[in-house]
Every structure is written in C-alpha cells, then in structure tokens.
Design a protein around this ligand. Sequence first.
Ligand code: FAD
Length: 312
Amino acid sequence: PFEVLIVGGGPAGVASAIYTARKGFRTGIAAERFGGQLNDTLGIENLPGTAYTEGPKLASELDGQVKAHAEIDMMNLAAAEKLVPAEKAGGMHELHLANGAVLKARSLILATGARWRELGVPGEQEYRNKGVAYCPHCDGPLFKGKRVAVIGGGNSGVEAAIDLANIVGHVTLIEYDSQLRADQVLQDKLRRMSNVDIITSARTTEVTGDGGKVSGLSYEDRESGEVRELPMEGVFIQIGLVPNTEWLAESGIALSQHGEIEVDGHGATNLPGIFAAGDCTIVPYKQIVVAMGAGSKAALSAFDYLIRNETA
Ligand code: FAD
C-alpha cells in the first residue's frame, strides 16, 4: 500500500508527488495520460521562471523529475474508475482502476484535471493550436492586432471577449441563444468596447481555414436560417470546462454543481485523508502555475494528516 496515492499525472499531480516524495513518503501516481493537458499545449509563456516552453517539453521534464525520486511509483495509462474511502481516519482508501487493479493508500490526492468542452464542428480539431484556442490567458497575446471570434456568451465567454478586446484588433462574440447569459456588469462592460461585435441566435457551423491556419468561421442565423461567413484569424471556444470527476459520483466526495471537487484552503475534501488539487477542483483560474501551487499545498496537507493520524 501507498502512504500517498495521487490520481492524475498533470501539473497538479506531479507537484504533489515531488513534495510527498521529498517527505520520504511512499508515493504512487496513477494517471490515465501522464502530462495531462500539457500534451495538448503548444507555447507556454506564463510560467514564472521559464520564459518560453512547450507543453510536451514541460511534461517530459516533469517525467524526469518524477523518475529521479525512488519513492515514487509512476503508473501511466492507469485510469481510476471508482474510489472507496476508508471507513475511519487513518484507514485505507481503495482506488479501483479500469484494468481491474485495486490500489490502497492511507491518503489520496485527486488531481484528475479537466477538459475543455468542444464545439464539435468541422475544422475545430484540424485547426486546434492553428487559430482554434480555448484559453485566452494563454493564447490571447498570439493574436495581437488580429480579428478573433469568441464562441459562447456565458461568463467565461464574455470575460474572454473583454480580455481579448484589449489585446487583439477586433472581437466578435457569438452566442447560440437569443441573449447573452453572462452577468449584467460584464455584458455592460463588453457593450461599451468599441472593437467588439455581438451576434446572438447564431449556431456556429464550421471553422474554416487555408489548410495551415484558421481563416474564418461560418454560422447559421437561427432566426432566418441563413448561413453567414466571417473572416477571422482566431476562434476562442468558451463553452465550458468540464472537470474529470464523473468517476467520483458515488464516492461520497462532495462536488459542486459543476462537478468540481469541493476543497478548503488546505486542499482538503470533505473526507478525512483525501485531498484534491488543480483543474478538477473549485479553484478559480485554471492555470499551470495555479495547479502546481495547489498540488504542493495538497501534498503538505496530506503530510500533516499522515503524521497526525496513526494507521487504523
Ligand atoms: P490536467 O493537466 O488536466 O491533468 C490531469 C491528469 O489526470 C492527467 O494525467 C489525466 O490523464 C489524469 N486523469 C484524468 N482522469 C483520470 C482518471 N479517471 N484516472 C486516472 N487519471 C486521470 N495553462 C497555463 O498556465 N499556461 C498556458 O499557456 C496554458 N495553455 C493551455 C493550452 C491548452 C490547449 C489547454 C488545453 C490548457 C492550457 N493551459 C495553460 C491550462 C493548463 O494546461 C491546466 O490548467 C493544467 O494542465 C491543469 O493541471 P492539472 O494537473 O490540474 O490537470
């Protein structure tokens, strides 16, 4: 059995593992895909201390750092399916994997991350990272002076449009519904910006490109049925971030209405000895540096739990 078992091998999980290994704890990492969202990320320019890196390069550096610790048992391609919490503090939690294995640990750190909800239209996959983007904090500066669209008129879409309007040349916000759903104060702010158009009742039908990069998008006007095309260099899709927590539905771990794991300021969940960190939690702002910070915090909380609770 492990003293600390971490579920997820993205920035949050790896940061946790480094901390618990350096406390001398026998640490396991069970990850469906080591590196997590880093595998899908091109340039990273907002990680302090690293002026520029790329997702796969950062993931391989994290892999090297994990391998340098003999205390860490790294299990890649290991998807967790079910969590059975310990019956009392100090007891063993059980993690059931899709491959049938059952891992036991005195403490757990859940760091299963999240995934962007995709639009599911032609061109979205083809032009991913070639004009199709999901994170305005990450990729906004790449579109300085250019025309971009933001798909989605909820809080994240309208915030993204306000953020981008300060950086890019022009923003077109596209909403499926007949009205925006964002908080009024954000809508008012957006409407006051001079380089923003808002189109409602619009169903995005395709991201178009020249084979190498995005050149525009098509949408259907849901009132007239007419299909229109807009020239565009970038398309930011902001229709939701989905936490990878479906597998916890029956575990007793408290989740928010959006499915995010509820944690306190120490990264503790509602169950003793189970902590969580990163994009799968209610933490605001889903970013690498935030996930790494949360992972190290959850690890120190697990350490604190382990030294205070004798094995039951
Ligand atoms: P993740 O990276 O999502 O890792 C989750 C881990 O859990 C993975 O190993 C996954 O396989 C595993 N997992 C999931 N479910 C299970 C399961 N059931 N069992 C076992 N393992 C499981 N942030 C920045 O700060 N700067 C950027 O420039 C930037 N650019 C981005 C670009 C793109 C295209 C994307 C998608 C994201 C970007 N982000 C960026 C956001 C950043 O990648 C995330 O905030 C960060 O990766 C979150 O780390 P995490 O460890 O919480 O989750």
